[in-house]
Design a protein around this ligand. Structure first.
Ligand SMILES: [Fe+2]
Length: 282
């Protein structure tokens, strides 16, 4: 970037301006035009879209009562449908994850239901909470035997799912005071390389627990990064291609083919430039 705010190419020193024009030093009397993208700087990322995409198309994943506590990127070395599958079912959690979902001892407590909308899928899961080491969860109001809920909605323009994590008393169904929303954006970079940009929001309902916010923030970010990395580590063993027709599926996998169909129709189908979705770019 030079003093005039122009981007200067390191190779031939072309000067590219923010209005989409460019000048070559060896032919300064000619003004060239360069293809432009629309950008937003939001939530610690730069988001890109075609120039004529309206601001209203920006994916509104922030919950008004939650605070964004961080974002990060993990590269998945797997085909896009496999990464999509990973974010569309809860069944792998007891084996792949350490904190998310239930443990192998409580698999019989796992319940799941789903809905399919015109351009979104919804999942609701509940299971007995497996707890944190040293019963650390008690510090922020979660008890042994609590129900752990993950309710999510997955949308396709752009590809992203928001996962609402909360806990409740198994008898009274009273919600515990701390909850999180984890949102993952799936951005294909090249074949078998999908960047998963993840954002974490947190809400602390009880004023008496607010002093714990810094600890909870650090803990939630560390746990989310660890679990997304666990997903990436297992996804890279996925076969090159599989249409899933030979799979033995259960009700826990109900969303997989719906998600793939909606992804094909909404996200991968050729789209006019004015409806291409905004996408975060690292
Ligand atoms: Fe997972």
């Amino acid at each position: 970037m030079n003093a005039q705010g122009e981007l200067v190419c390191a190779y031939h020193a072309w000067r590219i301006r923010s209005n989409g024009t460019a000048i070559s030093p060896s032919k300064p009397d000619k003004v060239y035009s360069v293809p432009m993208l629309k950008t937003w700087e939001k939530h610690g990322f730069i988001w890109v879209a075609h120039t004529n995409v309206p601001d209203s198309a920006f994916p509104d994943f922030m919950h008004p009562r939650y605070q964004l506590i961080g974002g990060f990127t993990e590269a998945f070395r797997a085909p896009l449908p496999v990464v999509l599958d990973n974010f569309g079912e809860i069944e792998h959690s007891f084996h792949v994850h350490v904190f998310v979902g239930t443990s192998s001892e409580s698999l019989d407590t796992l319940s799941f239901s789903s809905e399919t909308g015109e351009d979104e899928t919804i999942g609701r899961s509940s299971s007995k909470y497996r707890g944190l080491p040293l019963k650390f969860h008690r510090f922020f109001g979660i008890r042994e035997g609590d129900n752990y809920h993950i309710d999510w909605v997955f949308r396709f323009k752009p590809l992203h799912g928001s996962y609402h994590n909360y806990w409740s008393d198994p008898v009274s169904a009273t919600r515990r005071p701390v909850s999180f929303i984890v949102t993952t954006f799936l951005v294909p970079v090249r074949d078998r390389e999908i960047d998963v940009h993840t954002f974490v929001q947190m809400a602390i309902e009880s004023p008496g627990l607010r002093w714990l916010a810094p600890v909870l923030r650090l803990g939630a970010m560390a746990v989310t990064k660890y679990e997304i990395k666990n997903d990436a580590d297992i996804a890279r063993y996925a076969p090159e291609s599989s249409d899933g027709r030979q799979w033995n599926l259960t009700h826990l996998d109900k969303q997989l083919f719906v998600n793939r169909r909606l992804m094909d129709r909404i996200y991968l189908a050729p789209q006019p430039a004015n409806v291409a979705p905004p996408t975060p770019a690292s």
